[in-house]
Design a protein around this ligand. Structure first.
Ligand SMILES: *Cc1c(COP(=O)(O)O)cnc(C)c1O
Length: 424
């Protein structure tokens, strides 16, 4: 199936007389005829559902659709993108281990790694995504367990150099984990470029309507953990907390990583989405291909308009010719990138504020990647306590406006931006 067909059909095939939509199995528990029948499930001897914290049929069908879209062998849903990135890393790194991450990543993920996971004893080295292969090489340590980056970084809009990051990770016998939230598998499939694990904040384009917070983890099934049993004992030696199962032996490379994340991390941390939220996510997924095409063509038109406007100081959009990441975008996401643009208004902080106040259609929101165009001025909201100098140091200039272009008619969006710029 092609991606648009997978969006509609993958993960669930109703039988004769069964519902065409994925049923919402809103039940915590599942009934069995005998203790023995249920015991077999606990021993992982038989397949079946028993408690929704571990697995639920609605969630599993939606996860299977995302696995199909990414071209992976197994996937799981989580209650948020934060939970997805935490599980993805913690599944293979624990106290005393080290992970390399691109410095151009979502602020929430940066804090999760640099503060919270550091407190759990996992050390992170952040590297400039544009570093040389030698600089990347120098970041590795004997206890490095993974390399992490975002395919298109939120909000920096840098495009990951997959070849460089995958080659370095594999030369050191560790997987490359890629957060693919912004381009989605419609525009970029990281497994085709050497990534081993993909994560998502499904809250963004996958849901696409600002309905439900959620996340997902997908395994390519390609990384051979058994070649490095000393590095990945959690996957290659018996799990005493789960009936002595050795995940790679019992579930093979296709299933080991996700089964471990479910059986251990979801069991113990419990960030499971409700089946109702998984249902909302699936409705969004059905139109993902259509929407991504529209988000991108709209963003391209708005970015071009902004780039030609005399009151605009600069524009960053990887789809724009002349953007520093245009060549990488052409290489890894030739059909399009995402709908998010950042740009500066001449006149700095005050001019950006006047522009924002003048918008009529675009709403001011701390969100990106849904149907409705929204806009954020970090210097007067999320970063408002910082001085102009501190903002520059954080890579957020005082004039920076982040525009998440929705799926409205582009003429209306351009008209809105034009009249707001006229007020500056
Ligand atoms: C929003 C976002 C996250 C966090 O996801 P939540 O669903 O808000 O928990 C992680 N990564 C990226 C790239 C994001 O944009």
């Amino acid at each position: 199936m092609q991606p648009d067909t997978k969006c509609v059909h993958a993960g669930y095939t109703p039988g004769n007389g069964e519902p065409r939509n994925i049923p919402i199995i809103q039940s915590t528990t599942f009934r069995y005829e005998s203790g023995e029948a249920m015991g077999a499930l606990f021993d992982l001897e038989a397949e079946g559902y028993f408690y929704t914290r571990l697995q639920n049929p609605t969630n599993d069908r939606v996860a299977a659709k995302i696995a199909a879209l990414e071209g992976g062998t197994a996937a799981m849903l989580t209650a948020s993108g934060q939970a997805a990135n935490f599980y993805a890393v913690f599944n293979i790194a624990s106290c005393g281990d080290h992970v390399i991450a691109s410095s151009a990543i979502y602020g929430g993920t940066f804090n999760l790694f640099a503060v919270t996971m550091a407190r759990m004893g996992i050390q992170f080295t952040f590297v400039d995504p544009d570093c040389s292969p030698a600089e990347l090489e120098a970041a590795f340590r004997p206890n490095t367990k993974a390399v992490f980056g975002e395919s298109i970084a939120n909000p920096a809009l840098t495009v990951l150099d997959f070849d460089k990051f995958a080659a370095a990770a594999h030369a050191h016998g560790v997987p490359l984990i890629v957060d693919n939230t912004f381009p989605t598998p419609i525009h970029c499939r990281p497994f085709e470029y050497g990534a081993d694990i993909v994560t998502h904040s499904t809250t963004k384009y996958m849901d696409g309507h600002a309905n439900a917070v959620g996340g997902a983890i997908v395994d390519s099934g390609k990384f051979d953990w058994t070649k490095y049993p000393d590095k990945f004992p959690g996957l290659c030696t018996p799990d005493e907390s789960y009936h002595g199962v050795t995940y790679t032996q019992r579930f093979g490379l296709a299933g080991a990583y996700i089964t471990k994340a479910t059986a251990q991390l979801m069991r113990d941390f419990g960030s499971i989405p409700s089946p109702q939220n998984a249902y909302y996510l699936n409705i969004g997924l059905e139109t993902l291909g259509l929407r991504m095409e529209k988000h991108c063509s709209n963003a391209q038109a708005v970015a071009k308009f902004l780039a030609a406007h005399p009151k605009v100081a600069w524009v960053r959009y990887p789809g724009l010719e002349g953007d520093p990441y245009h060549a990488l975008a052409e290489k890894y996401m030739p059909q399009g990138t995402c709908g998010v643009i950042s740009f500066g208004v001449k006149g700095g902080r005050a001019a950006a504020q006047t522009f924002m106040a003048g918008l009529k259609l675009a709403s001011i929101a701390t969100h990106v990647a849904d149907a409705k165009t929204c806009v954020l001025h970090p210097a007067s909201t999320t970063h408002r306590q910082m001085s102009d100098q501190q903002l520059e140091a954080a890579g957020v200039s005082p004039d920076l406006v982040r525009l998440s272009v929705g799926i409205e008619d582009p003429a209306d969006l351009i008209e809105d931006v034009e009249q707001a710029l006229a007020q500056v």
